[in-house]
Ligand binder design. Structure first.
Ligand code: GLA
Length: 721
């Protein structure tokens, strides 16, 4: 056995020169320490440990510096921000590839670390590459890490991986990430953290119904409101790797990066590859604490939607492909009458589109369906005081379309390849400037010509064996998709875009840099939606999550659901309606009118407040609350999906109120109160309200009626002083 010379390890002269750089915000700090040679190392990411002046780097390195274990490299080694075998790291590398067949294991020199205003920048040079890494901490305590490498030599650099990683506390013991499928997106899966380099790969060419969305490592038993968690999300709408490494000889690492196909990124001289941002968040208040930081960070973006999120009417589940002027005008009139603010004409308006078998790419109004164009409808929608929105699927082309006949060479595939269709469609190569310009011009003509305020941007297939100019093309195509979105928004600055992909297969912060809300799922079944929205909310604030009141019978599940339940679920989002209102009874329209009024009066709260999920100890219950920033008001939705073990409903204990203020708690007007299964309802409900202090509401709670499955109650709490 090797006996380590402890003194030698502690007093290496080069350690004396090491410097700490500290990022601090909102109770989080990241301590980065420069190395004698090579890239710097993150020594701490988690709770704030004070300003840089209070951190004595020498002492810190003595405290947590690495010993040398038996059967290991002979000298201590740093776990750098881009770890490779050269450092001593034998887990999944931060950077990998080859130059002329020689493995790319850069020896970084001329390392310069600069910290300024919440940003640490690391620059370095190797024989092959120049590196620029940025680690930024924003005011919500969320970190964004981005690497860029430039080839400064003549030999081509074949890049295989460039990923962001950060170390997490050794006390992490459990892993949570999300999976899913069509109409069941973002389903959590949880397991014990085990040794090894674990990579969750996504190869769907779009974000995917089963995207991990968030990879969370946490202390054992972490919950909605307790425990320490470290999470990562890749702000990217295509192939990805979310990874964690637990090796016996190092701190656990958490990270993410773009999944690069063989030959996809080959850097010629002076070419640069920049990673999407990996978004890292730590919290010691469980998953809701993590989400609060993410929501704060997202809401602080300069491009975050600031106008109130309008009540939407989407025509899809109202008329599907049956588009006719008269019934759609009647629908628009009914919609305006009950308080809808944005009318969105879904799939079926363009050349020859009567089903999902044809026409993608032919973005001209179909004269067979719209003999006078869309004008009569659009004008009526405007007269009624609503915005007008339109569905497009810009990246796609149907084999049966004029576009496919004119430009078979614009497909994102090898010309001679036999790529499987999916929903009868192929993918256009949006990295091809000519294809992109064509789509831009044809969309612009319709959007500009009708002053379309909102585009529902769909993408209804996975993208497989994608080839652009003889190389794997997902990366180039995805950047082309973003560029097209940006070009459209530049041309039509009023335009808002919804990110939809067969429902929720494009829910990520990369897409949201170029769009204004997501469509989380093709199921409007409110029972299914409760779970889908709960886990979409782990990443996104409510104002970015489209949520529509669907028909009484869900077309994805066949389930019948009461209108109050559907309205209660849709209220907590960017709300809308997706059903044929012209078939509803006047009494139902009255209920919807009262609900849109409740949404309009509550959206400022719902779209700025602090979201929390309340654990009532019953898996059949979903309890979600939003408390205003000034704690003057809160909305709480308690929904039951299946029956529970208790005969009496347990009191709901609220969180985040001002403990010293008194609140009046009452069912929100605008959504009916379910009768409940109790023989005699809880006493306060007879009177219709109860007044209690924040402390009592938090520690004792309010007993609800015994909810039947698929019913919900929405409570409003208003501070009295
Ligand atoms: C996708 C979307 C739906 C609808 C249809 C139209 O499935 O997710 O909301 O727009 O396409 O074809």
């Amino acid at each position: 056995m090797t006996v380590v010379d402890q003194d030698a390890a502690r007093t290496r002269p080069s350690d004396q020169a090491r410097q700490a750089h500290v990022l601090r915000a909102a109770g989080v700090s990241l301590v980065l320490v420069t190395a004698p040679d090579g890239l710097p190392e993150v020594l701490h990411w988690g709770r704030d440990v004070g300003p840089v002046g209070t951190i004595d780097t020498d002492e810190l390195l003595l405290a947590v510096g690495r010993p040398v274990s038996p059967s290991a490299f002979d000298a201590p080694w740093p776990l750098t921000v881009l770890p490779t075998e050269r450092d001593g790291w034998e887990g999944r590398p931060g950077i990998a590839g080859h130059v002329d067949g020689l493995p790319l294991v850069p020896r970084w020199q001329d390392v310069v670390v600069v910290s300024d205003e919440g940003l640490v920048t690391v620059t370095a040079v190797s024989a092959e590459l120049r590196l620029r890494s940025e680690i930024a901490l924003d005011s919500a305590g969320v970190l964004r890490v981005r690497h860029a490498v430039t080839n400064h030599g003549a030999a081509a650099v074949h890049l295989q991986a460039l990923e962001a990683v950060l170390p997490v506390g050794e006390r992490a013991g459990e892993v949570l990430d999300l999976a899913g499928r069509w109409t069941r997106e973002r389903t959590p899966q949880r397991r014990t953290l085990t040794h090894g380099s674990h990579a969750r790969e996504s190869r769907r060419g779009r974000t995917g119904h089963d995207a991990p969305t968030l990879l969370v490592l946490g202390t054992p038993g972490f919950s909605d409101d307790a425990g320490e968690v470290w999470a990562v999300h890749l702000a990217w709408s295509a192939d990805s790797v979310h990874r964690h490494d637990v090796l016996a000889e190092a701190r656990p690492l958490l990270g993410a990066g773009e999944l690069l196909r063989a030959g996809e990124v080959v850097l010629g001289e002076d070419d640069t590859f920049t990673t999407p941002d990996a978004v890292f968040v730590w919290s010691d208040e469980g998953l809701d604490g993590m989400s609060a930081r993410l929501h704060g960070s997202i809401r602080a973006r300069p491009g975050h939607p600031r106008r109130p999120r309008p009540v939407v009417l989407n025509t899809w589940e109202a008329v599907y492909y049956q588009q006719d002027l008269a019934p759609l005008v009647a629908l628009a009139e009914t919609a305006a009458d009950i308080g809808v603010e944005r009318f969105v004409l879904d799939d079926g308006w363009f050349l020859g589109r009567r089903s999902d078998t044809t026409s993608l790419g032919d973005w001209q109004v179909d004269p067979a369906v719209w003999p006078d164009g869309l004008r009569p409808l659009v004008d009526r929608v405007r007269e009624l005081g609503m915005e007008f929105g339109l569905w497009f699927e810009p990246e796609m082309v149907s084999p049966a379309s004029e576009l496919a006949a004119a430009h078979p060479e614009w497909l994102l595939q090898r010309p001679d390849d036999d790529v499987r269709t999916w929903r009868n469609q192929h993918v256009l190569d949006l990295a091809n400037p000519a294809a992109r310009a064509f789509v831009l011009e044809s969309m612009s003509a319709v959007i500009g010509g009708h002053h379309v305020e909102f585009v529902k941007w769909d993408a209804n297939r996975d993208v497989v064996h994608a080839v652009h100019e003889g190389r794997a093309g997902i990366d180039a195509h995805t950047r082309g998709v973003y560029a097209l979105m940006d070009d459209l928004r530049r041309r039509h600055p009023w335009l808002e875009i919804e990110s939809c992909a067969s429902g929720g297969a494009r829910v990520d912060l990369g897409a949201l840099e170029h769009t204004d809300r997501v469509w989380p799922s093709d199921t409007n079944d409110a029972v299914e939606r409760l779970a889908i929205q709960r886990w979409t909310e782990a990443l996104l604030p409510l104002e970015l999550i489209g949520s529509h009141v669907g028909p009484e019978v869900s077309h994805t599940t066949g389930r019948h659901l009461d209108l109050d339940f559907r309205m209660a679920v849709s209220l907590f989002g960017s709300a809308g309606i997706e059903t044929d209102l012209t078939r509803l009874a006047p009494a139902e329209l009255d209920r919807l009118r009262a609900w849109t009024a409740l949404y309009r009066r509550s959206r400022a709260l719902l779209h700025t407040g602090r979201l929390r999920h309340l654990d009532l100890g019953d898996p059949g219950l979903d309890a979600t609350s939003v408390v205003a920033v000034d704690r003057s008001r809160a909305l709480v939705r308690v929904a039951r999906t299946v029956t529970g073990p208790q005969s009496l409903a347990v009191p709901v204990r609220l969180r985040g109120l001002d403990r010293s203020r008194r609140y009046r708690v009452a069912p929100a007007t605008g959504i009916g109160v379910p009768r409940g299964l109790d023989m005699v309802p809880p006493p306060w409900l007879g009177r219709g309200w109860v007044e209690l202090s924040g402390a009592v509401l938090e520690d004792v709670g309010v007993r609800l009626p015994m909810l039947a499955p698929a019913t919900a109650i929405v409570l409003e709490c208003v501070a009295l002083d």
